[in-house]
Design a protein around this ligand. Structure first.
Ligand code: EPU
Length: 421
C-alpha cells in the first residue's frame, strides 16, 4: 500500500498536459465488441480502470495491442468466445456494465455480474436493463448475474429513460447500432463522452443523429466496421488541475484541453475570482493573489456542474472569503471527503444533500483517508494548499482516474511524493 505525502503551501506554476478522458475511453473500448474489425483508439490514458477494462475484454476474446508510448490501443474482437463478465472484474470497476449492450447486440446473449453498490451511492442499473428489454432482450437476474438473451437480435423502439444516465445512454446507443430499425433514446445524457462515443460509432458505420441533445436517433445496421478514433480530453482532470492552480494561488497553462468542456465549472471559477484565459492549446488559469470568493454550486447532468468535480470545488471553497453552499444531486453518498477536510481545519456542516462551507484562512496538513477517486484528489488539492505535511492513505483510488498525478503536479513545483507505508 502506498501513501502520498505533500508539503503544502507552494503556488503551482507551469504547464500540465491533460490526458485522454477515462469516462470516454471506457465505453469506446467496449464499442470494439460491436465489430470483427480493429478499432484503433488514440490519446488513451494510462490508468488502472483502463487496465481493468482491458482484462475484461481480453477474457471475452478481444485481441488487444497497447502502444503506451504512442498512447494507442488497438482492439480486435474478431471472435468473441466468452460472453460472461465475471464478478471478480465487475466488482472492481462498475463501468464493466458497458459490455452488456454490445455483447447482447453482437452475440445475442450476455451474462454480466451485477455490479453491486459503491462508496458514492447505491448505483442501480434498472435503466440499462429496462432499455434492453424494450429493445427485445429477455433479462433474468440469477445468482448475482444479469442473464440477457436476444437470439433473434434486438429490434429498434422508442426508449424513454426516467432519469438521465450516462452509461445507460451509452449502453443503449451501442446496442441500438446493431438492432433492426430505428431506436429513439428520449431523455438521453448529453455529456461530451456521449458525443465522443457517437462520433466513434459513426466512424464505424453507425447512423446516429442527436448525440449531445436529449433525443438520440439511431438507425440500426447489420454490421459495423473498424475505425480510428481520438479520445477527447478529460474534462474532470481539466477542472481538477484548474482548481489545483486556484487553491494554491498559482498559475498553470492547461494544454490538450478546452474551456468548452467545463462550461459551468469555468463560470463558477470565474465568479470566485479565478482568471481563465483561452489559449491555442487550452487555457491559462491564474489568480491575482486576491481572495477567492465563496460561490454556490449544485451538481447536475451536463452541461450542469459535474458531480465528479464537486469534491475538488469543495476543497477550493474551504479557503474562500465568505461561504459556499455545495449541493450534490447525483450521488447520495458523495460527501465522504467532508470529515477528512474537517481534519485539516475546514469548517463544513452537512445538511442532507447540501454542505455549507464557511471559508477559513488556511488549511493545516494532517493524515487523511481517501475513500473514492474524486475524494482522493480533493484531499490532494487540500494538501497542496495546506500549511505543513499531509499524508493521504488509500491512494490506489487515485490511480484509477489520474494519470501520473504526482509527476504532473511536481512539474509545477508541488512538493508531493508517493511513499511505501
Ligand atoms: N441511475 C438509476 N438507474 C440506472 C442508472 C443510473 O437510478 O439504471 C441513477 C444513479 O443512481 C444516479 C444517476 O442516475 O443517481 C446518474 O447516474 P449515471 O448512470 O449517469 O452514472 P454512471 O453512468 O454510472 C457516470 C460516470 C461517473 C459519473 C456519473 C455522473 C462513467 C464510467 N462513470 O456514471 O463517474 O459520476 O456518470 O456524471 O462514465 C467518476 O469518474 O468518478 C465517476 C463516478
Amino acid at each position: 500500500m502506498h501513501q502520498i505525502k505533500i508539503m503544502g503551501g507552494v503556488p503551482l506554476k507551469g504547464e500540465i498536459a491533460i490526458s485522454g478522458a477515462k469516462n470516454a475511453a471506457l465505453p469506446l473500448m467496449t464499442a470494439a465488441l460491436l465489430t470483427d474489425e480493429p478499432l484503433i483508439l488514440t490519446n488513451m490514458p494510462h490508468l488502472a480502470d483502463i487496465t481493468s477494462m482491458e482484462a475484461l475484454l481480453d477474457q471475452h476474446g478481444v485481441h488487444l495491442s497497447n502502444d503506451l508510448n504512442q498512447k494507442t490501443l488497438t482492439l480486435t474482437a474478431n471472435t468473441i468466445h466468452n460472453t460472461t463478465a465475471p464478478y471478480d472484474i465487475v466488482r472492481k470497476m462498475r463501468a464493466s456494465i458497458l459490455v452488456l449492450g454490445p455483447l447482447v447486440a453482437r452475440c445475442g446473449q450476455a451474462q454480466v455480474s451485477l455490479p453491486g453498490g459503491c462508496a458514492i451511492g447505491v448505483r442501480p442499473i434498472d435503466i440499462h436493463l429496462s432499455g434492453l428489454r424494450d429493445l427485445g432482450a429477455e433479462i433474468d437476474l440469477l445468482d448475482g448475474y444479469i442473464h440477457a438473451k436476444a437470439p433473434k437480435g434486438l429490434v429498434g423502439t422508442t426508449i424513454t429513460m426516467p432519469i438521465i444516465s450516462v452509461t445507460a445512454t451509452e449502453n443503449l446507443m451501442m446496442a441500438a447500432c446493431l438492432a433492426k430499425g430505428e431506436t429513439r433514446l428520449i431523455n438521453a445524457a448529453r455529456e461530451p463522452e456521449i458525443i465522443d462515443l457517437a462520433t466513434c460509432l459513426m466512424a464505424m458505420g453507425a447512423d446516429i443523429v442527436g448525440a449531445g441533445t436529449d433525443t438520440i436517433i439511431i438507425q440500426g445496421t447489420k454490421r459495423l466496421h473498424g475505425a480510428t478514433h481520438r479520445v477527447i480530453p478529460d474534462r474532470i482532470e481539466t477542472g481538477t488541475y484548474a482548481m489545483a492552480a486556484a487553491i494554491t494561488k498559482g498559475s498553470i497553462h492547461l494544454t490538450n484541453t478546452s474551456l468548452d468542456l467545463i462550461p459551468t465549472a469555468s463560470a463558477q471559477l470565474q465568479r470566485a475570482g479565478i482568471t481563465l484565459t483561452p489559449t491555442d492549446q487550452g487555457f491559462q488559469v491564474s489568480t491575482s493573489g486576491d481572495d477567492i470568493h465563496g460561490v454556490d454550486v449544485m451538481t447536475e447532468p451536463f452541461p450542469g456542474f459535474a458531480t465528479d468535480l464537486q469534491a475538488q470545488m469543495m476543497a477550493l471553497m474551504t479557503i474562500c472569503r465568505g461561504a459556499s453552499l455545495v449541493t450534490e444531486t447525483i450521488w447520495e453518498n458523495r460527501f465522504m471527503h467532508v470529515p477528512e477536510l474537517c481534519r485539516m481545519g475546514a469548517n463544513i456542516t452537512v445538511h442532507g444533500s447540501s454542505a455549507l462551507v464557511r471559508g477559513i484562512d488556511t488549511l493545516r496538513g494532517a493524515p487523511v483517508m481517501a475513500t473514492d477517486l474524486r475524494a482522493s484528489v480533493c484531499l490532494v488539492l487540500a494538501g497542496l494548499a495546506a500549511v505543513g505535511e499531509t499524508l493521504i492513505n488509500r491512494v490506489y483510488h487515485l490511480d484509477r482516474g489520474y494519470e501520473r498525478v504526482e509527476d504532473k503536479l511536481r512539474g509545477c513545483g508541488a512538493r508531493i511524493e508517493r511513499i511505501a507505508e
